[in-house]
Write a new protein. Sequence first.
Length: 289
Amino acid sequence: MSYYTFYAFQKDYPNDDACLNTIMQLRYGDKPVCEGCKRETKYHRISKRRAFACQFCGAHVYPCVDTPFEKSSTPLNKWFYAMYLFTATRHGVSAKELERQLGVTYKCAWRIGHQIRKLMADNDKGGLFGCVEVDETYVGGKRRGKRGRGAEGKTVVFGMKERGGEIKTRPVPNVKRKTLEPIVRETIRPGSLIHTDELRSYTTLGQRGYKHDSVQHGRGEYARNDCHVNSLEGHWSLFKRSVRGTHVHISAKHMSKYLSEFDFRHNLRKSPGNMFSRLMELLRETQPV
Ligand SMILES: [Zn+2]
């Protein structure tokens, strides 16, 4: 397993200029063509601004436009360091931690954290296929009842995980069939084998072009003929422990961003050394906000 060490990160991004040059390279490539004079050009850095000028006509380009950095006065190397921290942890990074590490205000740290989570959410791609676990859980609020069902203040979270592959999680308003089934059908390709627990909302999946198998958690059954939702349950417990340990509480409003952050790390778990570069690629693809 190869990791992107802090030592390597510091070498790659020793200062603001290194970060800006990377963003320029990501967004304009090796052979940029000037919008002004339509010639293949070299751009020169304009000092003290996050801008470059065409060597022929002097037209300016601003590579940070449409990225999370555009309206931020926080130095780029602090942003990059924050992104590094998000890829170097299993449990996530709290705003308080960012405030300490970056030496910025809490408000600024909070905003940076959420922008990075939004970027991570863009990593969501493609459908799931094969053997797919599907499960729901309740996050936050007070625990009531055996599985904490129906308790007030909890957010319902729904997840699908291809065995050995990617995970996709998101908050849902409830666990009714009419809520969950459309999500399954838009995410999991027909013909897949879906494993669930005994929740009634799943009982019609077998009539929707899927093979369906379930474990009876209520009867103390956790796996049958290789049918289980253990990988998702492992993910839920990591997520919940991290929320308690790192963030203490997450509001329903922001739940999807935190889920995306944990999906991102899970989906790149086999190549942790590529997490940071994947974030860089996502920057290149950022849409206007
Ligand atoms: Zn030009």
